[in-house]
Ligand binder design. Structure first.
Ligand SMILES: NC(=O)c1ccc[n+]([C@@H]2O[C@H](COP(=O)([O-])OP(=O)(O)OC[C@H]3O[C@@H](n4cnc5c(N)ncnc54)[C@H](OP(=O)(O)O)[C@@H]3O)[C@@H](O)[C@H]2O)c1
Length: 277
């Protein structure tokens, strides 16, 4: 029985993955904020397979909080001997800069710091799996210069576009750190081929909300079909880094400075974490 850990596993694509792997007989740890959503998910799957509830664990956490992300890593490290697949799919879209109670910029904390803590903190459990895989739902292809190493939390000059590009680039560089540490690991940055009709959790302006709702209804694909390529990547992992849009493999964005930038990023993140908790 594999152990699959899914952040954002209570809704949207994360929940579609959780349902799939529970139906397939795997053990699934779901991380999110809403126990009610988790219980609804379990009720759906248990109707088909009563053993599902015993194979599922819910860990409530607000992953925009570093303290919560660390607590989840500790909980997983204490409770599991290995992790076969880690799917990073927690999402809460903020159009404006927002500081968390810990003082971190909320989007950077959720879309990158929590992933950094999971990928580095869970490395021993991933190393214990025969064919470990991380699928990070960060759309690949951001500009190589998208990170402001001097001010990754964007205390000045925050825009949604800059923040989004920066976390996407950082999540690509995170793959260099993860596979450098564990060459047997498959690390995939993945974005859907087209819009997905999912929860779209977030605090956004009316324009973005209406556009997402209209386009999602007209053109969006259901989460269940959107995650099919992710399921393939988890079930047949290939060691090393890769980038995908839907089922299409992309050339990995590669620059001369990637390795150096990955180390620079780790140093900036560690400095930010030690000064800010
Ligand atoms: N939908 C699209 O078209 C699209 C396009 C490009 C990329 N993506 C990426 O695909 C991934 C999944 O997106 P989605 O649209 O399926 O998401 P979604 O339906 O909005 O679901 C978001 C999930 O994240 C959890 N979550 C939100 N804030 C959280 C927090 N602070 N701490 C912990 N969990 C939190 C939610 O659970 P709770 O409510 O329980 O907290 C929920 O399970 C994301 O990385 C997103 O950026 C999606």
């Amino acid at each position: 029985m594999r152990t699959i850990v899914i952040t954002g596993g209570t809704d949207g694509m994360g929940a579609a993955l959780a349902r799939h792997y529970l139906r397939g007989g795997d053990r699934v740890a779901v991380i999110g904020r809403s126990r009610t959503k988790f219980e609804a998910l379990i009720a759906t799957v248990s109707g088909e397979d009563p053993s599902a509830a015993a194979r599922a664990e819910f860990i409530a956490a607000d992953l925009s909080l570093v303290g919560d992300a660390r607590r989840v890593v500790d909980r997983l490290s204490a409770g599991y001997e290995r992790i076969d697949a880690l799917a990073l799919a927690a999402s809460f879209i903020r159009q404006r800069r927002h500081a968390t109670a810990e003082g971190h910029e909320a989007s950077w904390a959720l879309f990158f710091l929590s992933k950094y803590l999971f990928v580095t903190g869970l490395a021993p459990l991933l190393r214990a799996a025969e064919r470990p895989v991380i699928v990070n739902t960060a759309v690949p292809g951001a500009r190589p210069d998208a990170i402001d190493f001097a001010d990754p939390e964007m205390t000045s000059g925050f825009t949604f576009k800059r923040s989004n590009a920066q976390q996407r680039r950082a999540n690509e560089l995170l793959g260099i750190l993860a596979t450098g540490d564990n060459p047997g690991l498959s690390y995939v940055t993945w974005g859907p081929a087209r819009l997905v009709r999912s929860g779209f959790a977030g605090e956004v302006g009316t324009g973005m909300r209406v556009t997402a709702a209209v386009l999602g209804t007209l053109l969006g694909q259901p989460s269940e079909s959107a995650v099919r390529p992710i399921i393939h990547l988890i079930d047949a992992p290939e060691p090393g880094r890769a980038a995908y849009r839907g089922a299409a493999k992309l050339a990995l964005p590669a620059g001369d400075h990637d390795e150096k930038d990955a180390l620079r990023l780790a140093a900036a993140v560690e400095a930010g974490l030690s000064s800010n908790g």
